[in-house]
Write a protein that binds this ligand. Structure first.
Ligand SMILES: [Zn+2]
Length: 250
């Protein structure tokens, strides 16, 4: 049965910044955890990493074999930007931070990024249906670029209680950078960055998985919404970004 979180609390987990120079040891630990608790995550791959902060280990020449193996296990592969370099100080439609690879960037450049990124996945026989931008920041132009240069119509990001439709796109909200119990019905995505995870974060994550493993679903378990954001989701989103502004988080 397909789920939409109408009368249940469902969790998705997303791991970002996979690339050939990721910290292999940490990623192996994440994979072992997912296998142990039989959870199929979303993995955000940087198709052409040029971000110096993502150089943890020497380049893994077999990286794309690993991505294919993840895909074969039922993990959902997402395109996490293109080169992961921030070239704008804008927050766009989902202003989690005032920095972006996409928000505020001209259409032609955004189209180049999307086209080149999609081609890299194609070259390695990896299917992608989801886009997530570095620092969660993108704008209307990013959506236009995705329309013109890809088949991707799903975004893993924005603040809401459950997936919703807006124009041609489906949004799977992403609410928190670590697992935490949600006292509401809905679909909640937690996102981690395995390469920088510390020992205590692994321990906390495993504790949560052990307790709530039955609330985790895979992206493929979700039914796609037909409706847009409702009033409550709009209110939650407004409150979230207002308190973030007031706290000076950028
Ligand atoms: Zn990232």
């Amino acid at each position: 049965m397909k789920l939409l979180g109408q009368n249940k609390t469902l969790y998705l987990i997303r791991f970002d910044d996979a690339c050939p120079t990721m910290k292999k040891e940490n990623w192996a630990r994440i994979e072992a955890l997912m296998d142990k608790y039989e959870i199929k995550p979303i993995v955000g791959i940087i198709p052409h990493n040029e971000d110096a902060t993502q150089f943890f280990d020497k380049e893994n020449l077999a990286f794309w074999n690993k991505v294919q193996a993840w895909q074969n296990k039922g993990w959902e592969i997402a395109m996490h930007g293109y080169c992961h370099q921030y070239i704008s100080k804008q927050g766009g439609l989902n202003p989690m931070w005032n920095r972006s690879e996409f928000a505020g960037v001209p259409l032609n450049l955004q189209k180049d990024k999307i086209r080149n990124g999609v081609q890299i996945f194609k070259n390695h026989n990896v299917n992608i249906r989801i886009f997530s931008a570095p620092s969660h920041t993108f704008d209307e132009i990013t959506l236009q670029a995705l329309m013109e240069e890809s088949d991707i119509r799903i975004i893993s990001d924005t603040i809401a209680l459950r997936p919703y439709k807006d124009g041609m796109f489906t949004f799977i909200p992403q609410v928190c950078g670590h697992c935490t119990r949600m006292p509401l019905f809905g679909v909640f995505t937690f996102s981690y960055h395995p390469s920088t995870m510390k020992e205590d974060e692994f321990v906390e994550l495993e504790k949560f998985l052990d307790r709530f493993r039955h609330s985790f679903v895979s992206f493929g378990d979700l039914s796609m919404p037909e409706k847009g954001k409702n009033f409550i989701d709009k209110l939650i989103s407004w409150c979230f970004f207002t308190q973030r502004k007031l706290r000076g988080l950028k």
